[in-house]
Design a protein around this ligand. Structure first.
Ligand code: G4P
Length: 293
């Protein structure tokens, strides 16, 4: 798990390096976490990528809710980008990546052909914030272990092209850009999905956010998972007490160990132990999207 401290200098450097690498490719794969397809984007991604053909890849689809992902596909389509969902860890949906790259670069290659240029492989690179699964995806597409989780912003040197399928060449090192920091809610979502582990948001707030999301959207699975009988409208503390006691997370004096309960809830949600969710609810985020234009 990469932990990156982002300072303004690092951000500028990362952006510069990615911009430089982009010159080498025909298409960019913008990798996001399928559970938070909006919140896991780099805030300046459109300025960085500009008019370059782009495929948005929603990774970790195994942990995300299908019906919500469909809404995000439509959202990206409206913005002029193709999007696909994959599960890099288990190698699911990977064939779509090459197909989408072909589709996204169709016009460019038609123009090249019209100019009499020889057919060639499509060149691509992966860009995204830390921990969305860039290295995992590169390794899976390459069918071997190449990329390591980088702990440096931007891109590392000495890059090579990996052949993917018949028509694609992928840069073996991804571009690493910074996450959105300003917004507290986005911070909680990034923490809840493991995109940031060293918390800029307090973990108790992350657990409370996650717990309340589940109470609202999947109460039945929540009580079933923890085998507790807590009413929907109970206070957060009542939930923590019930879960802590059920799991024996106690400290001296038979008191509930709240830190342990918080950690348990966060880990269970992070690893999709309770269910598969999207915390970015497309229908509730229209305003944010409009601000973004
Ligand atoms: P990065 O290069 O973008 O920084 O991310 P990286 O590939 O290191 O992946 C971050 C974490 O996300 C890893 O877990 C990785 O296994 C997991 N991951 C990547 N793609 C998927 C996916 O499609 N589905 C699921 N469920 N997980 C995925 P980790 O806990 O940091 O490491 P490990 O325990 O897997 O070794």
């Amino acid at each position: 798990m990469a932990t990156i401290q982002w300072f303004p200098g690092h951000m500028a450097k990362a952006r510069r390096e990615v911009t430089e690498q982009l010159k080498k490719v025909d298409v960019v794969f913008e990798l996001v976490d399928a559970r938070i397809p909006y919140s896991s984007r780099n805030p300046m991604i459109d300025e960085v990528i500009q008019q370059k053909p782009r495929v948005v890849i929603l990774n970790k689809k195994d942990m995300a809710k299908e019906s919500e992902m469909s809404k995000w596909f439509a959202f990206f389509k409206e913005k002029g980008a193709l999007s696909v969902a994959v599960d890099a860890k288990h190698g699911k949906g990977l064939k779509q990546v090459e197909a989408a790259a072909i589709e996204a670069t169709k016009e460019k290659f038609a123009r090249e052909k019209a100019k009499g240029l020889k057919p060639r492989a499509i060149r691509a690179m992966i860009v995204g914030i830390p921990n969305v699964g860039k290295s995992t995806l590169i390794n899976k597409l390459a069918n071997r272990s190449i990329a390591q989780t980088g702990n440096k912003p931007g891109v590392t040197k000495q890059q090579q092209w990996i052949k993917v399928g018949k028509s694609l060449q992928l840069l073996d090192t991804p571009g690493i850009l910074w996450p959105k920091f300003e917004d507290q809610l986005i911070g909680k979502k990034l923490s809840l999905t493991g995109a940031i582990k060293d918390s800029i948001v307090h973990l108790d707030e992350v657990a409370i956010y996650g717990l309340n999301f589940l109470i609202e959207h999947d109460y039945d699975s929540l009580i079933k998972h923890y085998k507790v009988d807590v009413p929907r409208d109970a206070e957060n503390l009542e939930w923590f007490d019930a879960i802590g006691r059920k799991r024996g997370l106690l400290q001296r004096g038979n008191e509930v160990d709240y830190e342990a309960v918080i950690e348990l809830i966060i880990n269970d949600i992070r690893n999709a132990k309770i269910g598969a969710y999207c915390f970015d609810l497309h229908d509730e985020m229209k305003d944010i999207q409009d601000d973004d234009e």
